[in-house]
Design a binder for this molecule. Structure first.
Ligand code: HEC
Length: 227
């Protein structure tokens, strides 16, 4: 108990001090909502809980802010993980997004499946970068969810995920009569894509979120596994 009190006394000034001299701006809340680029005209908005389905697809709930300012509404909103109802794909008019650029997405008035506002707030904002590259965000995702079993020491299935080149290497069935490639840019039948899809082995074993599994397929198929 004493240690707990000690810890909170240490943390308290950190919480209070910044509040004194800064205007109150809603901060991004990655713990409630995370946004990922899905293509040159779509983003995936991943919530940390199931949504009220009617609210999830209401276009007026979403506003995109480009670096230059302003607000752009999506043209279409779809629940893409229909099972758990936590990920919404927003489609924007072609030409909305510049590649490798940071945008902000604000979600207002969203309700979860139990009718509650998200984290008690009416509005949540998250930043994201358009376009997918190996260097960002795929490397970080592999490091977090795959490398532990697919490094030089363990190489599950004779496959390594700890370098860009290794992702393209032959896997466990290289010697078989019908070897399947682990990664072919643009090919959704790459083992890397299949195994990380919802319900498949690496999706389950690495505890991928639906949005994380979409990062693999979008990077390989849409962005041709670019570096
Ligand atoms: C807990 C350990 C573990 C984690 C975490 C894990 N893997 Fe695996 N993976 C394995 C093992 C063991 C195999 C070989 C057995 C099999 O094919 O299921 C394998 C096989 C594979 C294969 C097939 C390779 C081949 O040539 O047969 C791919 C592709 C793959 N993993 C990708 C991934 C990706 C991408 C991630 C991260 C999202 C990941 N794995 C996370 C243990 C793991």
């Amino acid at each position: 108990m004493l240690r707990l009190v000690g810890a909170s006394l240490l943390v308290l000034p950190l919480l209070v001090l910044p509040a004194c001299d800064r205007p109150v701006i809603p901060q991004p809340r990655p713990e409630v909502v995370a946004v990922h680029s899905a293509s040159s005209f779509a983003v995936d908005v991943a919530f940390d809980r199931p949504l009220a389905r009617a609210a999830a697809t209401q276009l007026a709930d979403y506003a995109l802010t480009p670096p230059a300012g302003g607000r752009i509404a999506p043209a279409l909103a779809m629940l893409v993980d229909t099972l758990s109802g936590e990920t919404v794909r927003l489609f924007f008019p072609l030409g909305t997004f510049a590649d490798s650029t940071v945008y902000r997405l604000t979600v207002t008035g969203m309700r979860d499946a139990w009718g509650q506002a998200l984290a008690g707030a009416d509005s949540v904002t998250a930043e994201f970068e358009t376009g997918l590259w190996y260097s960002r965000p795929i490397r970080e995702l592999l490091a977090r969810k795959c490398d532990a079993c697919h490094d030089a020491a363990r190489a599950g299935g004779d496959y390594r995920t700890d370098s860009y080149a290794a992702l393209f290497a032959d896997g466990s069935d290289a010697g078989s009569s019908n070897p399947r490639p682990n990664l072919i840019p643009g090919d959704a039948r790459s083992l890397l894509v299949i195994r990380t899809s919802p319900g498949h082995s690496m999706f389950n074993i690495a505890h991928l979120s639906y949005a994380e599994s979409q990062l693999f397929i979008n990077w390989v198929v849409t962005y041709q596994a670019r570096r």
